[in-house]
Design a protein around this ligand. Structure first.
Ligand code: MN
Length: 160
């Protein structure tokens, strides 16, 4: 077992990067019972989208090389990466050259989500974002790799 956020902190020099160091945990409650999510478009060495879910006091995080699918029938690789601090949910900015993940980070979508099912092999979610809306599933395939796809549209109930 590693300490929460240990890997996140180990990879970064907070004297160099504008990213949050994660020591300040927000305690304010959100105006809704639903947890938050964010998708950050990250112009790193390779462009990818970082999909992050507020859960267990951290942001569970996946790097999605081709971005999250907005329609059914498209499966996208999502590579799980280290948990990020909750304060990262608002982060936008440029990580300077020479630092881990150097490049521009912009928020691509955000909102809340509902959990239909959540375990180490399968996650089923009802997404309530601006762009990412409806039922989605993450299926663990091997190692850090998951497959992310849409299973139902906005008005339908996702099946667990
Ligand atoms: Mn990234």
């Amino acid at each position: 077992m590693t300490l929460p956020l240990e890997e996140y902190r180990r990879k970064r020099d907070f004297g160099q990067t504008p990213e949050p160091n994660g020591t300040a945990q927000p305690t304010a409650t959100t105006p809704t019972d639903f947890p938050r999510f964010v998708i950050q478009e990250h112009h790193a060495r390779r462009l990818h989208w970082d999909f992050r879910l507020e859960r267990d006091g951290v942001l569970k995080s996946w790097a999605v090389p081709k971005g999250v699918p907005l329609e059914r029938g498209v499966r996208r690789l999502a590579v799980q990466v280290e948990d990020h601090p909750l304060s990262y949910i608002d982060f936008q900015g440029t990580i300077p050259t020479g630092n881990y993940g150097a490049g521009l980070v912009e928020i691509w979508d955000s909102g809340h989500y509902g959990v239909v099912h959540y375990d180490d092999r399968k996650i089923t979610l009802a997404m309530l974002g601006g762009k990412m809306r409806g039922g989605y599933e993450l299926i663990h395939t091997d190692q850090q790799n998951w497959l992310l796809f849409k299973i139902s549209d906005d008005t339908e109930q996702p099946q667990s």
